[in-house]
Write a protein that binds this ligand. Structure first.
Ligand code: CP
Ligand code: NVA
Length: 308
């Protein structure tokens, strides 16, 4: 494994499988009350420049369960908010802590933080990627379906951080991935280049109608139409994404027993109907829970000297 978890493009299939396996083990340990305080005496700095419920609480609780200590740093209240360069923050935190989790806007900021930090950096969401969420999604799909290889995953909606990470994570794990986005809202070009590269292209399609993507899917995934930082575009996006909704009618095109995943928060009546959300609530909240277990695996693997 590399020093950091910045985006799934940096991971091999073996790295992803190792994280999922350790995540399953973390979940087992916790459910059975088995001790797993592998990060005793270690500290994780958590920088948040955007809102969060799941990411903050799952990292904070996870660090505590591993015997370590999390420190919450709000972008606004720390010196980062007053313009201290990220490369200086990286070097300072490296003197105090054993790992850094960061949620921010530009992927480049996270990459720069990692370049200057001597300690592991974990991406807790950027505009480009949400790797921890997709590791939890893959863990949940594998848990329910017993495998990933050969399953069809479809993503309906905005070609955002979730779409980017799902495409890469799904393809790396041998899934078929179909993404339906309205024109002008495609996934990032670096991700499309990966998806269209040798070995992946046969398993990938980018289509313009949700129906094409959902047909015979085993997993149907969606996310908000306006991500954090795009609040001012919300109205324009509501018009652009009309019809890109996970509804009962769309689910009827998927395979019987198909799963639904949503990273949350969800906007019922926009990207997903209340009916579909409630019918699949169990697997959606399993997905939220698995953030905890998958991230404990990531922290253990990265902050424990890479020993699995
Ligand atoms: N899914 C997710 O990352 O949730 P939060 O924004 O609440 O952290
Ligand atoms: N695409 C969403 C994901 C939230 C977890 C956002 O970036 O706001």
């Amino acid at each position: 494994m590399k020093k950091d978890l910045l985006k799934l493009l940096d991971l091999t299939r073996e790295d992803i499988e190792k994280i999922l396996n350790v995540g399953d083990q973390m979940k087992y340990n916790q459910k059975h009350g088995l001790p797993h305080n592998y990060l005793q005496g270690k500290t994780l700095a958590m920088i948040f420049e955007k809102n969060s419920t799941r990411t903050r609480v799952s990292f904070e609780a996870g660090m505590y369960q591993l015997g370590g200590h999390p420190i919450f740093l709000s972008g606004k209240e720390s010196q980062i908010g007053r313009g201290e360069p990220i490369e200086d923050t990286a070097r300072v935190l490296s003197r105090y802590c054993d790992g850094i989790m960061i949620r921010t806007f530009a992927q480049e900021e996270v990459e720069q933080l990692a370049q200057y930090a001597d300690i592991p950096v974990i991406n807790g969401l950027t505009d480009f990627a949400h790797p921890c969420q997709v590791l939890a999604d893959l863990m949940t799909i594998r848990e329910r379906m017993t495998r990933l290889e050969g399953l069809k995953l479809c993503f309906i909606g905005d070609g955002n951080n979730m779409a980017n990470s799902l495409i890469v994570g799904g393809l790396k794990c041998g899934m078929e991935v179909s993404v339906a986005c309205p024109e002008g809202y495609d996934p990032d070009q670096r991700v499309l280049d990966f998806a269209q590269s040798k070995g992946c292209a046969k398993n990938f399609s980018l289509v313009r109608t949700p129906e094409e993507a959902a047909r015979q899917a085993d997993v149907v995934i969606t996310d908000v139409w306006a991500s954090m930082g795009q609040e001012e575009e919300a109205q324009k996006r509501r018009a652009a994404f009309a019809g890109f909704q996970v509804s009962d009618a769309l689910m009827r095109l998927a395979n019987p027993g198909a799963m639904v995943q949503h990273c949350l928060p969800a906007h019922r009546g926009e990207e997903i109907t209340a009916e579909v959300f409630e019918a699949h609530a169990q697997e959606i909240f399993d997905e939220a829970e698995n953030r905890l277990h998958a991230q404990k695996a990531v922290m253990y693997l990265l902050m424990n000297g890479g020993e699995g």
